[in-house]
Design a protein around this ligand. Structure first.
Ligand code: GLA
Length: 397
């Protein structure tokens, strides 16, 4: 897939609106302005690979977005234009398109299970780098979902839309992911992280305050969840729960029900690999709890330590990092003003995220930028971002 960074010519919103007009015409006479929805990419400060284990995580949305401009049709067909790479897909409700259009079709299919949804012309534009572990796919799903509901005049709570998009990703695309990405792209608020309990699906916005900033180091190593060991990790966690459940006194549904004490007492029931996978999840949930408290108290050193410890655990126990991600985290950690860094997203490539003192942000970005090609990868990139809000409809300009 072509890797896209911030388009120099215009923002995704304007490109989506122009793309709709260019691909499908101005619409029937007197046609109203298109509905436009935007949804953000995300980073995850702490809580890697905990979501499908009913665990805890602490993502925030970044100010990189997917925009979808939409206009109603008078049949049930969807025509979707990917403006960034000039492709158009046309499909009826029961068609099964491949590639990027699979995300659009899967969201439409899940939304149509609840109530009839008319056809629509859509144009999609994005400045969320794809394959960079910033969850461009959830941003597409949420923006498409909100736009389709918008043209149909249907309302849906954002939590329900996020769950619909999560089902679309699992059923339509075949990744056994948890709810992290869709909830982050749906429910984040500007200047706050989202503390999310993936079991109860309760969440809380944790304000970041103005004293910290976020740097993303995109390693340039592409990350394709479906081809990676992601589903292997999901399976290994399930196997670890089954093995522990055989020997434990209490009923275990998921690794969320396992604490250090139980894990150590029954370590013999697990082989080395399964033991380390479980240890990562158990320790990562604890790190999310301490990072959430520290973030609320403005104690960024503690948050940074949780990020660094989380990275080590993802690297050594969970084995989802790679040399470029390790190098990015090491480079960030030795840069003045950086509290902590870790890989974000599924792993095996993609991006690292660093938490940086606001006063040091520009200098840290410059220093890291000067070193990434040598230290991380010739294709690596670094950019600062602001914590952004989740999916929303945008008023016409
Ligand atoms: C991917 C998945 C998420 C989550 C992260 C790892 O982004 O889509 O559900 O599991 O990896 O935390």
């Amino acid at each position: 897939m072509t890797r896209t960074n911030r388009a120099p010519e215009s923002d995704p919103h304007s490109r989506a609106v122009a793309g709709l007009r260019d691909a499908f015409g101005a619409g029937p006479g007197g046609s109203p302005d298109p509905v436009v929805a935007v949804a953000p990419g995300r980073v995850n400060l702490v809580g890697g690979h905990t979501d499908y284990n009913d665990g805890l995580c602490l993502p925030l949305a970044v100010d990189r977005h997917v925009a979808v401009a939409a206009r109603l049709r008078d049949d049930d067909v969807i025509r979707a234009r990917a403006t960034d790479f000039g492709e158009t897909a046309t499909f009826a409700p029961h068609d099964d398109p491949a590639g990027w259009a699979a995300y659009v079709a899967a969201v439409a299919r899940v939304l149509r299970e609840d109530a009839a949804l008319p056809g629509a012309d859509l144009a999609i534009a994005s400045d969320v780098p794809s394959g960079a572990g910033l969850s461009s796919s959830a941003a597409i799903e949420l923006a498409v979902g909100r736009a389709l509901l918008g043209v149909a005049g249907r309302k849906m709570a954002t939590t329900d839309l996020a769950l619909a998009c999560w089902r679309a990703e699992r059923e339509g695309v075949g990744v056994e992911c948890g709810i992290l990405d869709q909830f982050a792209a749906g429910l984040c608020e500007p200047d706050a992280a989202l503390f999310l309990d993936c079991r109860s699906r309760e969440f809380e916005h944790v304000p970041l305050g103005g004293d910290v900033g976020i740097l993303v180091i995109d390693t340039g190593v592409s990350h394709e969840l479906a081809d990676s060991g992601y589903n292997d990790r999901v399976r290994e966690c399930r196997e670890a729960v089954a093995a522990l459940d055989e020997v434990a006194d209490t009923d275990l549904q998921s690794l969320r029900d396992v604490d250090f004490d139980l894990l150590e007492r029954h370590a013999d029931a697990l082989g080395d690999t399964h033991y380390r996978r479980a240890r990562h999840v158990v320790s990562e949930n604890e790190r999310v709890k301490s990072a959430r408290e520290a973030l609320s108290a403005g104690d960024f050193d503690v948050v940074g330590d949780a990020m660094l410890a989380g990275h080590e655990s993802l690297r050594d126990d969970y084995e989802v990092s790679c040399t470029e991600l390790d190098a990015a985290v090491e480079l960030a950690a030795e840069t003045a003003g950086v509290y902590g860094a870790r890989m974000t997203g599924g792993g095996f490539g993609g991006s690292a995220v660093a938490l940086v003192a606001e006063s040091a942000l520009e200098r840290a970005e410059r220093e890291i930028r000067a070193a990434v090609a040598d230290r991380v990868s010739p294709k690596a990139d670094v950019f600062a971002c602001r914590p952004s809000g989740g999916v929303r409809l945008v008023q016409p300009e």
